[in-house]
Design a protein around this ligand. Structure first.
Ligand code: HEC
Length: 148
């Protein structure tokens, strides 16, 4: 019981500290409203992504979820689990013998198989929010890394 009250006391102190910090920050935000230059900058920053000149800005900030990921990013985040290790019999990046005949099928077929799945290759390689372009970029990245 003593411990419980101690923890409770500590939480109250932490809450007060946060309350204080929030107030301090709040004052600064208020100042932005009175400073037209800062105000414009804030508005620019919170503009919806679609309204901004997408590509560069989104890529630079790295914060916009709608921006297309590079083939390398998709590969590292998703495809590498299998294609970096050969798990489930996946053709490994760097294995020319495994990728050569696949490349010969043509990028359209490979993309189609990547989108819809192919034997043990799951649809979209399990990247359900990947666009077709992102999947294509990931395939091209794997082929490039393999030297094909
Ligand atoms: C769960 C493991 C796994 C993940 C994750 C995975 N793959 Fe695969 N992939 C496979 C396997 C296994 C094969 C071989 C299928 C076969 O040839 O029978 C394969 C084959 C492929 C092929 C060749 C298809 C063909 O026609 O020969 C492509 C292209 C491909 N994967 C792309 C991707 C991309 C792009 C990603 C990431 C977005 C990805 N894979 C993620 C397991 C995976």
């Amino acid at each position: 019981m003593g411990t419980f009250l101690g923890v409770l006391g500590a939480l109250v102190v932490i809450a007060l500290v946060f309350f204080f910090i929030a107030n301090t920050v709040g004052v600064e935000e208020g100042e932005a409203g009175r400073n037209p230059r800062l105000d414009a900058k804030v508005k620019e920053n919170i503009k919806p992504v679609g309204a901004v000149d997408v590509g560069e800005v989104a890529a630079a900030s790295g914060a916009a979820p709608a921006a297309a990921r590079s083939g390398e990013q998709v590969y590292s985040a998703v495809c590498m689990a299998c294609h970096g290790t050969g798990a489930a019999g996946a053709p490994k990046v760097g294995d020319k013998a495994a990728w050569g005949p696949r490349k010969d099928k043509g990028i359209d077929t490979l993309l189609d198989h990547a989108i819809h799945g192919f034997n043990a290759m799951p649809p979209k390689g399990t990247c359900m929010d990947c666009s077709d372009d992102e999947l294509k970029a990931a395939i091209e990245h794997m082929l490039g890394q393999t030297g094909l």
